[in-house]
Design a protein around this ligand. Structure first.
Ligand SMILES: [Zn+2]
Length: 164
């Protein structure tokens, strides 16, 4: 061990190795990952740990995350392109979206109210108790009553008229 520590290159290697460890921790913490855990990974793996930290995905906090509509991957709310499938997504702006929604709902309510009032004013009020369009007279299943005319059996087939 003394031979390693007294090696002329030891301070240089130690500094470089510490930089790998600190670099891993800093890069990982930028990606919302644990700083000290990644310092340890950097200490153990050196350049491999640093490379791992560089290539690791960014961890999105739950309050900033949403699901990509195409691949289901977790992406940032403000992202305009999915980091997993690289497809374009619409950035979510919760405040303005809620405001637009409230305004649209209010406008629809006012419009519907106005339309109902306009329809009520245009149509004359119907008298109560009468149904429009329903059958009012004779029921359709009763036999039709033929009116008495000139060709009725009373005038032709009945008692023959006496000839004088
Ligand atoms: Zn996606």
């Amino acid at each position: 061990m003394d031979a390693v520590i007294q090696h002329p290159l030891f301070p240089t290697v130690a500094i470089i190795w510490t930089m790998f460890a600190m670099g891993s921790g800093l890069i990982a913490s930028e990606k919302n990952r644990g700083f000290w855990a990644w310092v340890l990974i950097g200490l153990l793996l050196g350049p491999i740990g640093l490379l791992w930290a560089i290539t690791a995905d960014r961890v999105i906090p739950p309050d900033e995350a949403r699901v990509c509509p195409f691949c289901g991957g977790t992406i940032n709310k403000t992202a305009t392109r999915c980091s997993h499938c690289r497809r374009k997504v619409i950035a979510e702006q919760p405040d303005s979206a809620a405001k637009i929604g409230r305004e649209a709902a209010g406008a629809v309510f006012i419009l519907r109210h106005a339309m109902r009032r306009a329809a009520g004013a245009a149509r004359p009020p119907r008298p109560a108790g009468t149904r429009s369009g329903g059958p009012t007279g004779t029921p359709s299943d009763s036999p039709p009553v033929t009116p008495a005319s000139g060709s009725s059996p009373a005038s032709t087939g009945g008692t023959p008229l006496p000839k004088s």
